[in-house]
Write a protein that binds this ligand. Structure first.
Ligand code: C5P
Length: 404
């Protein structure tokens, strides 16, 4: 674990005293810990003790010119592998859910690009309050991970959910997040496309498809968990951005191609988006009106750029490994092999999207992996997360890393 770094944000719960134990245990495992205290936490835990235990300066004030000169708050938020908020009060959870940044702790949480683990601690009524539950649901939707709260007797004399989890539970969860052997793709840059594209007819109407983005998002999340630096270029979807992934939101195929080219160079590209093959030749600047007695407008379509083929044949920055998908309704394998040759990608994952297969928009997927002229590999029906994990294991091996 040496060389791994945790930014520990301690907020003002009675349980703040347990942060000292947490710092001690993380340090024992060679993990560097930098502590940040809110104003309330400073009343409950000694910054001096934390500085002695962590061996690092303890930060608490956003407007300290000395601190900003030594270590700007953006750098502070980025120079960590994991951000841990423990104990997390109802107040910091509310600030995080709403994107408030009025002190150092909340500003760091808004500025970080790292995974965030939150260990709440508060009175059971505060935890169960609909406002807190709304905020927690929002944060989970945003990709924040929660550990606890535990149930039990509270310092205030009440009993219920609201206790900070014990340090060993928290340490365990932190270790899992930092595990170097589960991060074989550290230093690898990856690009993933996901979701549908929307091709405008006029300012309110568009052509799209039923792609949910679930498979592409799961692949981006699995690559990030394996340590890759991931850019996800996503068409409009109803699911949250995966944690630890740089997500670029686009609408049309042309925007998607531009965002992909801007992300180059990468080591591996996975094109899971259901890109519209055609777009309306013209997109009307004003909403098309239905005129009494007039014939309905005729849509003339033109071909969209092929992102997978463009990346596969990129002259300046062809990724080492390009993976495409083939969603087919007929004879799967032969069509997927033809597609692999036509697009010039290295691997293709073929799936059956015939009516009734429930792949588009569904939770599960059944694929054939074609990596060359050898036999195709038929994977059993799996949830999309498991398809993503298996694909990432194969990518790691292909890049000469060990599988996660
Ligand atoms: O030609 P088809 O749409 O069946 O090809 C599917 C594969 O090609 C998928 O990997 C998809 O992401 C990619 N594709 C693309 N750009 C397009 C069309 C498809 O990247 N315009």
């Amino acid at each position: 674990m040496s060389g791994r770094r945790v930014l520990l944000i301690i907020t003002g719960g009675i349980a703040a005293y347990k942060a000292q134990e947490l710092v001690r245990r993380l340090k024992e495992r060679g993990i560097a810990v930098r502590c940040v205290l809110t104003r309330a936490a400073k009343e409950l835990v000694s910054p001096l003790a934390l500085a002695a235990l962590s061996g690092e300066k303890v930060y608490d004030d956003l407007f300290s010119l000395t601190d900003e000169a030594e270590m700007g708050h953006i750098r502070l938020s980025r120079e960590a592998d994991l951000v841990v908020v423990a104990p997390a009060t109802a107040d910091i959870i509310a600030k995080m859910a709403h994107g408030l940044a009025d002190d150092l702790a909340s500003t760091l949480l808004l500025a970080t690009d790292k995974p965030v683990l939150v260990a709440p601690a508060m009175n059971p009524f505060m935890w169960r309050h609909p406002a807190t539950q709304r905020n927690v649901a929002q944060l989970i939707h945003d990709g924040v991970e929660f550990v606890g709260p535990a149930e039990g007797d509270m310092a205030c004399g009440e009993t219920g959910p609201g206790r900070l989890v014990e340090p060993d539970v928290l340490v365990e969860r932190i270790l899992v997040r930092l595990e170097p052997q589960s991060q074989p793709l550290r230093g690898v840059r990856a690009l993933v496309t996901s979701g549908p594209t929307c091709e405008a007819i006029d300012p309110v109407r568009f052509i799209a498809n039923r792609s949910s983005g679930r498979q592409g998002h799961a692949i981006a999340a699995a690559l990030a968990r394996a340590g890759a630096q991931v850019t996800l270029v996503s068409g409009p979807v109803a699911i949250p951005d995966p944690p630890g992934v740089h997500t670029v939101h686009v609408e049309s195929a042309r925007d998607m191609l531009a965002a992909c080219e801007a992300a180059l160079p990468v080591d591996v590209a996975v094109c899971a988006a259901a890109v519209a093959d055609w777009r309306p030749e013209m997109s009307a600047p004003q909403k098309l009106k239905k005129e009494e007695g007039a014939a309905p407008p005729v849509l003339r379509l033109v071909e969209n750029p092929d992102i997978l083929a463009t990346l596969s044949r990129h002259e300046r920055a062809r990724p080492r490994l390009v993976v495409g998908f083939a969603a087919e309704t007929g004879e799967l394998e032969a069509a997927a092999r033809r597609k692999r040759a036509k697009k010039g990608c290295d691997w293709i994952l073929a799936n059956d999207v015939s009516p009734g297969s429930q792949v588009f928009g569904g939770e599960r997927n059944q694929v054939l992996l074609i990596t060359g002229d050898g036999p195709a590999e038929a994977w059993p029906e799996l949830c999309k997360e498991e398809v993503a994990r298996r694909l990432v294991a194969r990518i790691a091996l292909a890049l000469g890393r060990t599988a996660p």
